[in-house]
Write a protein that binds this ligand. Structure first.
Ligand code: ZN
Ligand code: ZN
Length: 221
């Protein structure tokens, strides 16, 4: 079984080993969701506070449906970095980080017990990041309120949340893949990525151009 995890792609991931299930049963107070990846991306093992399945499912929709549906040029700049990632990335979802960051990548050796045990059991590297989903929801790289009013405002807030989750996710994956790269470089790529997703999805939903009024801000490392 173990060798299968070195391969990428849906076929290799069709039947998660029973040992993942056994490992997950040991976690208390948290629930897990295994997100099957689109081609060329790592499988995500999401762990989230009990009762917050809605956030994990939103991340699943963003990763498995929205991301592959975007114009290929949007994800293209990330392709080389994403191809360097291990086949499994653990994603720790928390409402907030005590430091206020939207997310972190966990350098090798600093992963949680979950990721370390999984790596040992699978005899394969497992990377790890965390995402602060409430902080990400509140993150406003640009004042969204100015974009729309009424029903449209709600739709745009939903689009923003999905785009922001994807942008912070990809930001941290980029760090994992390129640990030597500077924050400024990683951030400018993820800001562009966020803006490109917003442009495409807002145009699709409202027929209007999202436009870029100012440089998006980002908290985190
Ligand atoms: Zn932090
Ligand atoms: Zn960063």
């Amino acid at each position: 079984m173990r060798g299968r995890w070195r391969k990428r792609g849906a076929k290799a991931l069709a039947h998660p080993p029973g040992l993942i299930r056994r490992l997950l049963e040991r976690l208390r107070g948290r629930e897990q969701l295994l997100i099957r990846p689109p081609a060329g991306l790592p499988l995500l093992l999401v762990t989230y506070p009990r009762g917050r399945q809605d956030v994990a499912r939103l991340l699943e929709i963003a990763y498995t449906h929205t991301l592959p549906s975007l114009a290929p040029r949007i994800l293209e700049p990330y392709a080389p970095a994403l191809a360097m990632l291990p086949p499994i990335v653990v994603v720790l979802l928390r409402p907030e980080n005590p430091c206020g960051c939207l997310g972190h990548w966990h350098p090798p050796g600093t992963e949680s017990r979950v990721a370390r045990r999984l790596a040992a059991d699978l005899a394969s590297p497992v990377a790890e990041i965390d995402l602060a989903y409430e902080a990400i929801r509140r993150w406003e790289p640009q004042p969204l309120a100015s974009l729309a009013a009424g029903e449209e405002a709600g739709a745009i807030a939903d689009i923003h949340y999905e785009a922001a989750l994807l942008a912070v996710l990809v930001h941290e994956l980029d760090h994992l893949a390129r640990p030597q790269a500077r924050e400024r470089e990683i951030r400018s790529a993820s800001n562009e990525f966020y803006a490109a997703i917003m442009r495409e999805l807002v145009l699709g939903a409202t027929g209007r151009d999202y436009g870029m009024i100012a440089e998006p801000r980002r908290a985190g490392r």
